[in-house]
Design a protein around this ligand. Sequence first.
Ligand SMILES: [Zn+2]
Length: 697
Amino acid sequence: MSELPGPALCCCRKALPGAGQPSEVTGGGAPERPSRPDVDVASASNFRSFRLLHFHLDLRLDFGLKEMSGWQVLEVVPLEAGAHTLVLDTHPSVLIHAVDYAVPGPRGSPGRSVSLTYRVEPFSEFGSSLSISLPQGALRPRRPFRLTVRYTTTDGPAIWWLDAELTCGQTRPLVFTQGHSVCNRSFFPCFDTPAVKSTYSATVRVPEGVTVLMSASHSVYSDTDHAFHFSMEFPVPAYLVALVAGDLQPADIGPRSRVWAEPCILTSAVKTLGGSVEHWLSLAETLFGPYFWGRYDIVFLPPSFPIVAMENPCLTFIISSILESPEFLLIDVIHEIAHGWFGNAVTNASWEEMWLSEGLATYAQRRITTEAYGEVFTCLETVFRLDALHRQLRLLGDNHPVSKLQVKFEPGVNPSSLMNLFTYEKGYCFVSYLSQLCGDTKRFDSFLRAYIEQFRFRSVVAEDLLSFFLSFFPHLKESCVAQREGMEFERWLNDCGPPLSEPDLSAGAVLTKPVQHLCELWGDKAPDLEAIGTFDLSSWSTFQTVLFLDRLLDRTPLPQEVMTQLSRCYSSLLDGMNAEVQIRWLQVVVRNGFYPDLPRVRTFLHKHTSRMYTVPLYEDLCAGVMKCFAVEVFYQTQGRLHPNLRRTLQQILLQSGAMSNGTPTALLPSSSPSPVPTPTEQSPAGPVPLRDVNVSA
Ligand SMILES: [Zn+2]
């Protein structure tokens, strides 16, 4: 996820049909566009004029200079006469050296090459535009041409260079890319929109001993030219092109699945996932049809990976920190598997409708967990996440435009800042409502299979999904379900606030009731310790424990005597549990200013250097009376943090007044007013506070 400022949102547009015209499997390319161009894409002016057939990357990675250099060849077809300029998305971190043009000769021969003029201009704070002047009179509609862009890129938002000290094994440096949502324009010039899909291939050269992996359907290492070669035979949008290079070792965990990880964590990764992945894939195929992508591999990345997991096709990227929390790992991997159908095979055409990927993937994930682990487990996980959704609603208020399923970006808005729970959970509730309308989960599964078959390898808007739904269930169309009062599809898409309905989760009561009961016991001024003692948290599932702790967090501030008793009952026990449990207890500690357990916060922050575990704790420390402690721990641990995370934490410390231009203001009274608003105090148009959100892409 990007660290750039958040969205300025206003009222939403109506979904426009037809954004996702077919992109042939063999060709991919630019579909018809919605009438309003995407404001986050510099190349939006091109979409009607060109079709991208394929692109090839040829890159050399230099870990010393932290540079990728080489060239990109784009195979493009003009769709109409008179196109003189081709505009691509790029980024200030990309240095363009030259652009050449060629029309392939007979039998694929390279053809004569001509140098072209180009200019790079600012577009937004998350990108630039690369305008290439095409040769006058040379273009013929439907006649493909090739552009070769020679370039060097360094450390833009997509590319994360990790010195050896930041890896798990601490022996070799590592680099990975993260394209979602609009970061890959800093990796290679592209049509950086989910509406444009194409096949791609790549040749990557690295120093000896380094392994390169990409989100590709085929990969091979060639001894002849000491290079890794990749090809993706299915069309994908630019954001799903991903690369990782480092000291990575493989281990097979199924007939089509392999785990890749640094040697020091490989055994643990295999032990945790072995045997399960093929089971989940097979279940998903039973529900949603064949898995198109061939392989499903997983690569574990060091704690610097900025999100939890990313559904890069054929190769899920996942943070190694989640390995110690098996229930969360299970959900995250199943969620990424679900993206193989929802998000990757059928993609939202615009980032303004991210719910089309995330809402459907979350629904599919829960169908898989229901089949694999039962309704009770799935309901518990859903209750836990819907709790978080309502928590975010309380923070934002019911009228925040980010709570709409269809949002509308203003120019300059970075779509990466729209990663929030609404796209996942409100989207999930809408999909569940559609399932409920059809009255039979299995029939809805068959609708989803048909939807994938109809739209696979295309990009769609909400209207495509909803029209197809109504044509699949004609009796629902006849009874006008889309206009049913209070539950109009239009309201689902365009209303702010909570979901119009939530699925029945009462099947999870056997697991959620004890949590609710224990919360109630702790709600009294003088908790009944004898009754409380009958609850054995060590026998609970992780999701029960985190639900309990989240609900305790909601009750902050707690009386100090209650905090003392909570600490006596649980502190040591929770300390021995996984990081997802620990961080929630430590947030209870920090938000309630409970000093006796502060050493545990220090130990945790010395151990965990990932964004998902540090940022929430620093935000809490800085929002309360523990700013000086936050500064102290930051100085002790900053050497082990990725520079991007270091900057984020510095910003949190600066905004809270704990630090002034890199200097601690430790003598400031801890209650002194913050010089700038904290995230929750910002205007509705400001960044969306992601506190309490553990986001997988
Ligand atoms: Zn997702």
